[in-house]
Structure formats: C-alpha cells, structure tokens
Design a protein around this ligand. Structure first.
Ligand code: L34
Length: 290
C-alpha cells in the first residue's frame, strides 16, 4: 500500500507556482472569492484558498454576502467582477442557499475568468478535449495526483462513484480523454445504481465522490486497486476540540491494506483542490495577458 500524500504534492505545485508568479513582469494575478453565508466548511476552505494565494503572490479579494442576497444581486456582483480588468479569476464558493440556482450563477461567470471550470463553456471544452479549458479544481487535482504518482490509466477500469457537476462528471471525462492520464474505461455509479459492489469490485481505480462517510468497504474493493477518496465528511467526535473529525467516503482503516495506492482524508484530494485553483488563476492571468 502506497499512501498518496496530497499535502506534499500540493506543496510541490505551490512552489512551482511561486517561481512562475515571481517571474511575471507587470501586473499580478488576481482572483475574487465570493462566499455567501457562513457555512463552516466554506469558511474554512475559502480561508485556505486566501492563505495559499498570498503565499504564491496571487492577490485575492474576498467578497462576503449574507444568505439573504437575491440571485439577481449575486448575478450583478459577478457582472462587476466580469467587467473588472484587474480581476483574472472568479470563484463562487458552493454550496449556495436554496433560493439561488447554482447553474445560473456558474454560467454567469465569464468563461475566461471561470477558474472553477463550472460553466457550460468550460465543461463543453473539457468534453471536446480542448487544451485551454478551465478544469474544475478537484477533478484536476485528482488527475495531477495520478500524473505525479505515475499511475497507469490506459486500458484500466475507472469507477466513479458520484455524478456531480463539480467532481463526478468532469473526473470521468478526464479519465476518458485520449493520452495520459486517460484512455481508461469509465463507469459512473450513483445513488440509483443497483448492486454497486458488482461495479466497484471490477475497478482498477475508484473515485469515491458520493458524500457518504466511510461508504466504501473492503468487500467493495478488489485487491491491488487504487482509491481516490474525494469525500470530506464531518462526523461527531467528542475527543476532538472542534467536536468533529474528518472522514472520507472510504472506510480507510479497513480498505487501505488491500489497495495499491490510496489517498487519505484529510491530506489527500482536499489540498490538491486548493493548489489547482491557484494553477488555474495563474492560467487565467496569462490568458488575459496574451
Ligand atoms: N466554487 N465551491 C467552489 N469551488 C470549489 O473548488 C469548491 N470546493 C468544494 C466545495 N465547494 C467549492 C472546495 O474548495 C470542496 N473544496 C475543498 C477545498 C479545500 C479542502 C477541501 C475541500 C481542504 O483543504 N481539505 C483539507 C482539510 C480541510 C479541513 O481541515 O477542514 C484536507 O486535507 O482534505
């Protein structure tokens, strides 16, 4: 079993970006973070993004709004950022309150500033395998882990658990692309898939992104499989100061010994999401300036 250290690989990327950004002459990459409400996970993730941006030399502007903001008001804020030449990247942290349609919001971000890769234009580019698509940060982080650990994907069976726009769907598309890492056979499974374990047991690589704590058990995993655990679930733990601990979608203790590679939670995919956002922001800056 080889534990994939997401913190370490994310740090490598951050160091590479520091060098890239310090070589920029004239201007500085700038990203706007839009956060609505005070969801504790969102507060923590956005604050990680701010700190990482600062380390790299990327300017970030945090725009906070109350849960009561209307969809039109939020669209207007995005328009302002779209039209602001000082801003290269825009990120609207999910989840948004129920009265706001996330799809409408994501599609309103200018494709050239869509560092999250959530809008239809960038998702379309991903399907078309266009090199300049912004790719959603979590799936991009998964692919980067696979690349840097040199894990073979060609001819392998990848089973994606989850069909979200943010992780499941784009992750599957990435493994499907021609080239490395790609050329895999991809199966999507979700909450309506019967006999899930029939699929997962045949997987060489499992991408667990269903948001159910410790859902993947050892009976579901073949010996020598690679597991990428995308889940970040807070479960109550009275032994912790915070009152909770983080667990993935995989029962790590049980499953890890029979895997070839596995990502831990925390310290696996999470830090990669942040690193890839930074990479996309630098990309957005360079795009605007070319
Ligand atoms: N718009 N919304 C938008 N873009 C995103 O890319 C995200 N995501 C997901 C939720 N909503 C979003 C994130 O930023 C998930 N996510 C995210 C970011 C960072 C981490 C996890 C998820 C992370 O750093 N995780 C650490 C531990 C976090 C902790 O201690 O709370 C880890 O080691 O997994």
């Amino acid at each position: 079993m080889d534990l994939i250290n997401g913190n370490e690989i994310a740090q490598e990327i951050i160091e590479e970006l520091k060098i890239e950004v310090s070589a920029i002459q004239g201007g500085k990459p700038c990203v706007v973070f839009i956060r609505v409400g005070e969801d504790p996970a969102s507060v923590s993730y956005v604050s990680k993004k701010e700190k990482t941006a600062e380390k790299i030399g990327i300017e970030s502007r945090l725009q906070l709004y109350p849960n009561s903001i209307s969809q039109d008001e939020l669209l207007e804020e995005i328009s302002l950022a779209n039209n602001n030449n000082e801003v290269h990247g825009i990120l609207v942290q999910a989840p948004l309150p129920d009265h706001i349609d996330e799809r409408t919001i994501f599609n309103h971000v200018s494709p050239s500033k869509d560092v999250d890769g959530f809008n239809a234009f960038n998702l379309g580019k991903l399907c078309q395998e266009q090199e300049d698509a912004f790719i959603s940060c979590t799936p991009a982080g998964i692919i980067e882990l696979i690349k840097r650990k040199n894990i073979t994907t060609e001819g392998k069976h990848v089973v994606v658990l989850g069909r979200s726009l943010i992780v499941g769907k784009p992750a599957g598309m990435l493994f499907l692309r021609k080239g490395f890492p790609g050329n895999a056979t991809v199966t999507f499974c979700h909450s309506r898939t019967p006999d899930l374990e029939n699929h997962t047991r045949r997987a060489d690589i499992i991408i667990a992104a269903i948001g159910k704590p410790q859902f993947v058990t050892k009976e579901m995993v073949k010996e020598g499989a690679t597991i990428i655990d995308v889940g970040i679930n807070r479960i109550e733990d009275s032994n912790k100061k915070s009152g909770f601990r983080l667990v993935g979608d995989v029962d790590f203790e049980q499953v890890a010994p029979q895997t070839k590679f596995i990502t831990p939670v925390p310290g696996g995919v999470g830090p990669m999401t942040v690193a890839m956002l930074m990479k996309n922001t630098v990309q957005a800056f360079k795009g605007n300036h070319s």
